[in-house]
Design a protein around this ligand. Structure first.
Ligand SMILES: Nc1ncnc2c1ncn2[C@@H]1O[C@H](COP(=O)(O)OP(=O)(O)OP(=O)(O)O)[C@@H](O)[C@H]1O
Length: 253
């Protein structure tokens, strides 16, 4: 039986707007399971990113619960939540947000030191291993501005997993990349997931969704579709895309 890492119950997120409130998440119930590559899809503006931020504690829900490790992170103190995000979660975004005056190696190691989960020597060793695995070890002393978008995103992924997070959150990680770089980044995420990394990713790209072991579809602030998939295999990509496209069509995507 799968183990739930995160459980959202009655999750709500409203925003103040024009003197009123707009309700984006309206009582979402969802479990995110260990070792899954969970992908969230839905129409533009349906609340995919809002869900990711509320589940990860990057943003605070306005109602309901997000249970992680037996605690409700919606009601956790800011200090404790900040420590939890650093130690247990990893984040990748469409924009890489690398620090421009740090080298690629430093961009990966500095957050690792801050996570305080292992010694500086262990972080350095793991950073070198990750750079090697991600094909960017020759860029150790380069600044981000001296690297391509795909290389920067690979660096951002290494940074996000340097402390071996329990759950990796990814918000449109391929949104700013060309086709070749998109495939490389998706291959890396697939490899990480095969090695046991639990991932929760938001995307509007059906090709990226193909990598999922579970697809969630959001509408009107709730999960209305939940599709279990076999682990991704490259040779089955075409039939998998067909299966996912048919499912998305049934969701009126
Ligand atoms: N801080 C905010 N204040 C007001 N409205 C907001 C705020 N943040 C998000 N929203 C609104 O919430 C809705 C959902 O936004 P969200 O970014 O979660 O959608 P999404 O499904 O990820 O969209 P997309 O696929 O276009 O990126 C949008 O209508 C957006 O305008």
């Amino acid at each position: 039986m799968k183990k739930a890492i995160l459980s959202a119950k009655g999750l709500c997120r409203s925003f103040a707007h024009n003197g009123g409130q707009i309700h984006i998440l309206t009582g979402m119930d969802v479990d995110i399971y260990e070792k899954d590559f969970t992908v969230i899809m839905g129409a533009s503006g349906s609340g995919k990113s809002t869900t990711l931020y509320a589940l990860s504690g990057m943003d605070r829900a306005t109602g309901g619960q997000v249970i992680y490790g037996g605690e409700d992170i919606v009601r956790m103190s800011e200090k404790k939540l900040c420590a939890l995000r650093h130690s247990d979660f990893g984040f990748i975004f469409q924009q890489m947000h690398l620090v421009s005056n740090l080298t690629m190696f430093e961009n990966i190691t500095v957050p690792g030191y801050l996570s305080k989960t292992r010694s500086a020597a262990e972080i350095d060793k793991r950073a070198l291993e990750l750079m090697d695995k991600m094909g960017i070890s020759h860029l150790k002393t380069h600044l981000p501005s001296q690297c391509s978008g795909g290389e920067q995103q690979r660096c951002a992924i290494a940074r996000a997993v340097i402390h071996e997070p329990v759950l990796l959150f990814a918000d449109e990680p391929t949104g700013a990349l060309n086709k070749k770089n998109t495939t490389e980044v998706l291959d890396l995420l697939t490899d990480l997931n095969r090695a046991g990394q639990s991932i929760l990713m938001v995307t509007h790209d059906a090709r990226a969704a193909c990598r999922a072991s579970r697809l969630l579809y959001i509408e009107d602030g709730r999960v209305i579709g939940d599709l279990e998939l076999t682990p991704y295999e490259k040779q089955e990509e075409h039939s998998r895309e067909q299966q996912i496209n048919a499912w998305l069509a049934s969701m009126e995507w």
